[in-house]
Write a protein that binds this ligand. Sequence first.
Ligand code: SIN
Length: 296
Amino acid sequence: MLSLTLTGLKLKNPLMLAAGIMGTTGGSLKRVAESGAGAVVTKSVGAAPKPGHPNPTMVEVDCGYLNAMGLPNPSYKDFQEEIDIAKEAGTPVIASIFGGEPDEFVEVACGLCPDAFELNVSCPHAHGYGTEVGTDPVLVEEITKAVKSAVEVPVWVKLTPNVTDITGIGLAAQQGGADAVVAINTVRGMAIDVESGYPILGNKFGGLSGCAIKPVAIKCVYDLFKTLDIPVIGVGGISDFRDVIEFVMAGAKAVEIGSAVGNNINIFNEISSCMEAFLEEKEWTLNDIYGMAHEV
Ligand code: SIN
């Protein structure tokens, strides 16, 4: 009832693991896949090993988490082993990759064999990467085009909400040949310890995830659905089945779940069951509610 085809990939449900959560090892990705996810996205990997920002890199705040991990990763070079382990679950594995310019993205992409790529042009706090390239529509189009012509699997582009109008960047990704866009990465934010006056994160500022950003993500998905011809994948603040229904009504073909997985790895099975019961009671299919909010 919840199965779908997304950019040519067969998914048993539209609920995917978002990049950055339990995505560093093949073992943890496989565990999430075996816990009911329709697909899993790896932690972002780049061309060279990166230690990330100094601690603290994550703090819980009202309605979510602030993180400034700084794209820590071992590089793509030994990462295919992790992807192969994750693939043992029989669920599509999406590699999240980052770079500072088209050739760097292509180098990373050509060193991996996932079921699809997600291009991270949206991390809000990594110097030379993420939003520093992903807020420039010309660069987003060039990067997308370069990766698209170098690989044979679908290419998704993960967008930042830290722009005035996300649709301009979405259009650039589409123009570059993206098969889908993913909206949204975290919203830039900061927290200060009032006892000392120090910014809490080692990097001083970071990206906000969790319930607080859901309305921001819904608006971005709504606008992208209206503007683009390619599928939009929604992410940001999903913690129960009603959140997923809301994203699909806004125009998300599928969704990714991040912060909420940290508290409950069974969230994929729980949301699937609740969604099926809800749709059955309403006598709707997933397709019936896809973009429903645009019909009014
Ligand atoms: C990080 O590793 O810094 C988070 C990645 C992201 O926000 O895209």
